[in-house]
Write a protein that binds this ligand. Structure first.
Ligand code: NAD
Length: 260
């Protein structure tokens, strides 16, 4: 059990990467709050992962709402017995060329990724600092924290911003034993990505197969998608690491799509 007696909040945990990370954390002994905009789906996922209801809870939370984040994180701390790990993972994708990008959609995407990371981190840090037992903040970046692709300007901007925010958390958190690291996955076949395949095919005037082979996986070393398990394993590694030696970092898990 790699996370025995730890407590974790995972946002965007009703689907995709967040759900897989919650599953892995529970398997390794943690108690987990699954927070999501879709509260019913978060509740259902928590019940499915832990039918006893003792180690997993669902929390309805819009990460762009200061009120909902503060209330949801407080509830998680109360019901689970504090907060040792935060995975700020909730995210959306909207694709369009810059000259056509709708301003409201730009602001929504920035709010979910950047404001959401800030609000959930701030609320979690308040508990971690008060508890005095350290902690691990994990931000879900992307290969797009390090590179750009066509049609994804706000996503690329927001994911780059998370690296700067993560370094700031690492600097300030150190004296409290709180570490912060950013996971930067390549393409994983979650609902977020499945939706993009037809959208990009249409926007770029190519087939869906070409989107996968010539856009998404073109620069990987082996033409493979990154898997849910690959990302969950990285989230376990960052969560369980014991000292400030590993903080302020961002790790690419992308089949070599981006190397640095
Ligand atoms: P997903 O669509 O499967 O899951 C995202 C979850 O976030 C959903 O359950 C959704 O309800 C929730 N969510 C959306 N807006 C929210 C809000 N305002 N408040 C709370 N929850 C909200 O997507 P995914 O692929 O699992 O993506 C998870 C994270 O991983 C995102 O930050 C995404 O940018 C990042 N990421 C994904 C990939 C990939 O290829 N799938 C690659 C790199 C990074």
């Amino acid at each position: 059990m790699r996370l025995q007696d730890k407590t974790a909040v995972v946002t965007g945990a009703a689907s995709g990467l967040g759900l897989e990370i919650a599953r892995a954390y529970l398997r390794e002994g943690a108690k987990v709050a699954l927070a999501d905009l879709n509260g019913a789906a978060a509740d259902a996922a928590a019940k499915q992962l832990d039918p006893t209801g003792k180690r997993a809870i669902g929390i309805a939370m819009d990460v762009t709402s200061e009120e909902q984040v503060d209330a949801g994180i407080d509830r998680a701390a109360k019901e689970l017995g504090g907060i040792d790990i935060l995975v700020s993972n909730a995210g959306i994708q909207i694709v369009a060329p810059i000259e056509e990008f709708d301003y409201a959609k730009w602001k929504l995407l920035m709010a979910v990724h950047v404001d959401g990371a800030f609000l959930t981190t701030r609320a979690a840090l308040r508990h971690m600092y008060k508890q005095g037992r350290g902690g691990s903040i994990i931000l879900m970046g992307s290969a797009h924290s390090k590179t750009a692709s066509l049609l994804k300007s706000p996503y690329v901007t927001a994911k780059h911003a998370l690296i700067g925010f993560g370094k700031s958390i690492a600097k300030e958190g150190a004296k409290h034993g709180v570490r912060c690291n950013v996971i930067c996955p390549g393409f994983v076949r979650t609902p977020l990505v499945e939706k993009q395949i037809p959208e990009q095919a249409q926007a770029l005037g190519i087939t869906e197969d070409e989107v996968i082979k010539k856009v998404m996986l073109k620069d990987t070393v082996d033409g493979e998608f990154t898997t849910l398990e690959d990302v969950a394993e990285t989230a376990l590694f960052f969560a369980e690491f014991k000292t400030n030696a590993l903080t302020g970092q961002s790790l690419l898990v992308s089949h070599g799509w981006v190397m640095e």
